[in-house]
Design a protein around this ligand. Structure first.
Ligand code: ADP
Ligand code: MG
Length: 271
């Protein structure tokens, strides 16, 4: 490409154009890219591809950062940080299939069950991050704060807005169902949300309680059955049976016995 001479006035005009078009990355990089194009004698199309490629990559990464903040994740741990070898009861292939996010298009819920510390929240967050990378809007909440928020909104006559808030994101993650018992009103409101989302989009739910115990969690067998009926209509369940990752180091040091040696119960119990 003929390098020509870029005058300071022309650089300034180019900078203004890029600013008006909100092509910020190109604005920052223009001088360096022009310099390189001149030195390497780049063809026109290669130069243009380089400028636009950098801009698109920068916009994508900004977008991911923004949607990650909007998702209110409690921590950011990509799936790549999950050690599958520590948790053999998890079908790694199944999780990698979920990571491709087809379940979102199909409207399948993902329910992750298992005792404390086995990586339920970690997997839920990691799948949430994959959904964000794939362009979906995601929202994370604990079951307790979801129900507190719905109950408060109901009392203030703002339930409709709150239900909208939780149904708008394409993927809703509800963590820690079963850690705290849920009042009748809370169970009813949760059921309303599940019914709304049934048409709208899928959820990832985690629980330390088996489905059989959800009657106690929701304090009402009929509501629990109605909730499960909708959730399980299209759902993938991951049942994690293993040792708490938090105890990994202690187990290694032989300070505590493993879950398998300890008990034959597979789920719901404290370790
Ligand atoms: P749960 O939600 O099932 O109680 P967490 O997902 O909170 O468990 O896991 C507890 C801690 O251990 C977290 O810091 C999590 O990142 C980590 N962790 C759990 N399982 C794994 C794993 N298989 N590989 C890497 N880190 C793990
Ligand atoms: Mg958790």
């Amino acid at each position: 490409m003929s390098s020509g001479i870029t005058t300071p006035a022309q650089l300034e005009r180019l900078g203004d154009h890029l600013k008006k078009l909100r092509l910020n990355k190109s604005g920052e990089r223009l001088e360096a890219l022009l310099q390189r194009a001149a030195t390497d004698d780049l063809p026109y199309a290669d130069f243009l591809e380089q400028v636009l490629g950098e801009e698109v990559a920068a916009k994508r990464s900004q977008n991911i950062t923004m949607r990650t903040a909007m998702a209110r994740l409690p921590f950011v741990k990509p799936l790549e940080t999950f050690d599958f070898s520590y948790q053999p009861s998890i079908d790694k292939k199944q999780v990698l299939t979920l990571a491709s996010c087809h379940f979102i298009e199909h409207g399948d819920n993902v329910i992750i069950l298992g005792p404390p510390g086995v990586g339920k929240s970690h997997l839920a967050v990691s799948l949430g991050l994959k959904a964000i990378e794939n362009g979906y809007r995601v929202l994370f909440t604990s079951a307790a704060s979801l129900i507190t928020a719905l109950t408060k909104a109901h009392a203030e006559g703002k339930l409709e807005d709150k239900l909208k808030f939780y149904t708008t994101p394409r993927l809703l993650i509800v963590d820690e169902i079963g850690y705290l018992p849920i009042e009748r009103m809370g169970a009813n409101l949760f059921f309303q949300l599940i019914s709304r989302r049934f048409e709208r989009g899928p959820m990832i739910l985690t629980s330390n309680q088996s489905f059989g115990a959800w009657g106690d969690v929701f304090g009402d067998r009929v509501i629990a059955t109605a909730i499960l009926d909708r959730l399980l209509h299209h759902a993938v369940t991951l049942n994690i049976r293993g040792n708490s990752y938090r105890l990994k180091e202690k187990l290694k040091a032989g300070l505590v016995r493993s879950h398998d040696e300890n008990t034959s119960s597979q789920q719901g119990g404290e370790i």
